[in-house]
Design a protein around this ligand. Sequence first.
Ligand code: GUN
Length: 313
Amino acid sequence: MTARLLDGKAASAAIRKEVADGIAALRKERGIAPSLTIVLVGRDPASQVYTRSKARTSREVGMGGDLIQLPEETSQEELLGVVGRLNRDAVVHGILVQLPLPPHIDAGKILESVDPAKDVDGFHPLNAGRLLLARARTASGPGAIPFPGFAPCTPAGIVELLRRHQVPIGGREVGILGRSNIVGKPLAALLMQKARGANATVTVAHSATRDLSSHTRRADIVIAAMGSPRFVKADMVRDGVVVIDVGINRIADPTAKGGYRTVGDVDFDAVRRKAKAISPVPGGVGPMTIAMLLSNTVRAAELASRAAGTGPT
Ligand code: GUN
């Protein structure tokens, strides 16, 4: 068996088109210009690439906004001041503070300082709680899991990638590897919701899990999000599995341009031969994450306009 590719480039292009149409309609019909501000502190090379990509993509769909780049030495107070200013600025609908932050800054404090109504990352404890209590919403389009808050972009993008490839989730065993606040935990909450497009039986495995393969081999869908290059091998999955690879790992490769290449958390070439479907790295989950960020920001703009009494209720 050679797996079908779960193509995040194509799926995210379709979402970006929907988002661009939604932005054009909002501008024309209601005079709203959805806007996203991204804040980057320091010089982490991967974060620089991600934030530039997020800013460029948001411009491409006609979204307003800004990429604020602050020096590594920025103090926590200064960063709280920047977030506070963005919270009060009615032109700004979505705020994203790129993680990781430098070690002298308490990331939890910063994430809690973002107005939950502008928290398009879905990282504020209020939105995390709403998600757990089934009061957050993913994604765009019919069939998206229907809750009224902001779901974190990578988990929402994974659900959307599966949905757009007609991979059934309801009643299936899903094995998630990794329990991060950004992916593993919110993804588990989303997939186990009692809702159309969810309803999975979820296992979250992590660094203290015993006999990891006994869990991954049982799973209909394996989602690897532990940040370990090519960790998931062919003998860890069953025939006909669906695999989602969330990993973005740089490994040295003298034959590659620049001396390194990007691989996922899955041994792609070997696992592909056993799987029914698999997402590639790059071109799988990554572009979906950005698409969901844009989708969340358009929703934030719509909700803000409703709250201000300028939109339909
Ligand atoms: N760092 C890695 N992924 C993310 C993300 O989705 N949002 C933010 N803010 N930082 C990240």
